[in-house]
Write a protein that binds this ligand. Sequence first.
Ligand SMILES: [Zn+2]
Length: 532
Amino acid sequence: MDDQVSALQARGISAVALHSGRPWAEQKAQRAEARTAALIYASPEKLKSPRFRKWMRDIGIAAAAVDEAHCVSEWGHDFRPDYMSLDVLKSEFNVPVMALTATATVKVMEEVADRLTLDAPTVVRGDFARPNLTFSVEHVQGDKARAARVVELVQDQPSGRVIVYAATRKRVQAVDKALRAVGIKSAYYHAGRSSQARANVAAAFESGKKRVLVATTAFGMGIDHPDVRLVVHANAAGSLAAYYQQAGRAGRDGLPSRCVVLYSSADSMTHKRLRGNNPRPGAVAGWSAMQDYVFGQTCRQAQIIRYFTGEGAADCQGCDACTDGEAVAEQVRAARDGLKERGRARDAKKRKDAAVSLDSDQYTIIASFVGSLRKPLGKALIAKGLRGSSAKPVKRKGLAKNPEYGSLRGVPESTVLDALSEMLEDGRLVRKGRKYPTVWLPDKRVRAVREPGSKPRRPVPTGLKGALVKFRKAEARRRRWQPFKVLTNAVIDRIISEQPATTADLYAIKGLGEKKVLKFGEGILTLVRQHA
Ligand SMILES: [Zn+2]
């Protein structure tokens, strides 16, 4: 927001950005300035506050623009729930609304219009083609090979800026290190760094002190350097729309620039993990489009245009598929063969493991291992202990001291797990634990593990109270705050007695200020609803 405001001010247009989370005095000054400004910038979450909306009604607004409007769409690549509340622009303010985005498929455009309740909107679509960009894909196996290839690509591009995207913070740092090791002026950027470090890195890239920036997708909102000559994705992006937005940061000045994706099958696992257990269907579809792109053998630019518009396009004559289609086909063939080969090796190992079975002594060892436990444990951990693993949780639970620790070393893990399942089934072992299924001997009492003389535990709160306490703990840990800074016990009690149903109800609760409602309001309301 600040970049855009200063760019407007430089052109003589009065603009102001309203930030939440700043001291109240500063916010008041910004609001005073905003009364006479032509353009006001605010984040979508601000519009959730009834007080802010009242203020907006007071000063009166003539029109609204929603930037990065694809964030409204669950089918977009960057869905943000806060954008969903922007329908108030129509329902409460009834002003003309313009939605702006650089990356929207036809489906996303329709959803944006729907969510913002736009009434028969005029659609203005620019040209998706970027004729000065040269797209290519390289299939690379292994992190070392990837980092080495990034170094080569940067060395082949001796002038102009370079952005390297990697999927995780760890990969970002590894690639940055590889670049610096050969004397390239590189810096790295990800959300795990302090805001000061991030500002320094951005400034060094801005001034040209650092020519290369290695970053996660946390970098880039609103950056606009004309002379980015190369954008390398050291891992495939999470979706094709995200890819085109990031690659599109190359060659803004219209001069020839390259956009290269380095892909390996490991990217598929990485993005699966990043999407989490309950991914949006849009996120899954976005990744599958990205995969179609990296395994595609036709003009890259035309593939991208077809993805966004649903319409065909002329070949660009510059990308790898246009200039050396045979090499692209060969590369895809080799990658597919590699995948098949690795799949076959995996299957062979599985078959070999499945052929191993335990003798009766080994079953006795398992029972004896479980018998020596102080507390019931999960199957995976028991198998690890039996196989003599030195993994951290094994040490932490003291399994290395179990007399049978490592007695089944060399037996495949799947065989031990199968044996445990079999023993649970035939009653030689029993299940304990509700939250996580754990394993125990039948007829053996589970003793409460408490140090002698220690205080008995306080009862754990349940219901809404328990949920709020848990919520407080999680939020506090995430922000490294003391729990009472999130919600005090008194506020929790008030929430329980007031049972708020709307944001307005939350504002009425003593001890819940605007900042807290913005940060935690949605979470609290969800919990109250769940425990109603
Ligand atoms: Zn092409």
